[in-house]
Design a protein around this ligand. Sequence first.
Ligand code: MG
Length: 408
Amino acid sequence: MAKITEVRVIVTCPGRNYVVVKILTDEPGLYGVGDATLNGRELAVASALTEHIAPLLVGRDADGIEDIWQFLYRGPYWRGGPIQMTALAGIDMALWDIKGKRANLPLYSLLGGRTREGALCYTHAGGRDTVECEDAVRRAMSQGFAVVRAQVAVPGATATYGIQGAAEATTAQWGATGGLTPIEGNWEPLQYLRVVPRLLEHLRSTVGDAVEIIHDAHQRLTPQEAARLGKELEPYHLFFLEDPIRPEWKDGLRLVRQHTTTPIALGELLHSRYDCLPLLTEQLVDFIRCDISHIGGVSEARRIATIAEVFGIRTAWHGPGDISPIAHAANVHVDVSIPNFGVQEMVHFPPAVREVLPGAPEYRDGRLWVTDAPGLGCDIDEEAAKRYPYARAYLPVCRRADGAMHDW
Ligand SMILES: [Mg+2]
């Protein structure tokens, strides 16, 4: 038995903000780390951990992951939601890390062992026009990527999502507005719906079928618009269309499914297996892509993957730059140990992040690899973290041409 002696919460900004949970035990040198970063609401999660959760855990047996998970999920009268489930994810990852270190086994081994060698992954490619996007796709292919997410600017839109590709996902630029207000962009659905099929037509006629392509609609469409887009993209055989509609409109996916065979992926704004359930049991998606840091961690990811497997649905866990290398490592440990893994989103972390949070999965030959180090294989350099203090930042917001708010 290893007793929890301290739950330390570290907030650091080596280019963008990360919240790290470090659970220490009464066994000398034995601790675990977890990611509890919620982009734009980092201090809310840090406060939930420090003020409400940490005092409940000191003195408990670090080995009891399931009981601690249930205690923190079902115990409070007010359950779920992004802040609590991100806090719980940080605790869950750190406890799995401790269990792995105690057993001297990598996490994937504790989860049942390898089902595959490495995790097929995709990077981001984007451009101001179709030719610039084609160049970015070719660059990714030359680095060995077999799957690429392609985004293109929409004429007239001032802040089109995703066109800076990985650079957007690995820096704090999106929120670097002096730290007080989010960047406000504008965007029109009909212009977007005209541009995306042209992008895919261009890519297939230039790079051919040598790469699988993903496109992210980022929850900005109505079910009818998503159905139209899926239908028009059918000739180009997407790997999947990501987040076509808002998660509040899960029922709208039935309409999308009735009109298109383009594969659908959704889930980064869901927070539990209960949120995922109708998507899985009705086979409304082909890929479930929750964020392991926002669903309560490795334990819930395993449960969601198991339900998905029953319905022939594969995983594509969210893997942007706004969750830390610890979460990326947790993603890959799950990816390589479940039977129904699909693909893993990834970013190349900049040197400052690697210095503060060493142990990100390594990219090689189109896949991500974790080491055989015990637990997650990640750590935090607390001295280095102090050199990068928290800086308030926000994701941008999106407005229509007339100034009305739209979904980001
Ligand atoms: Mg996305």
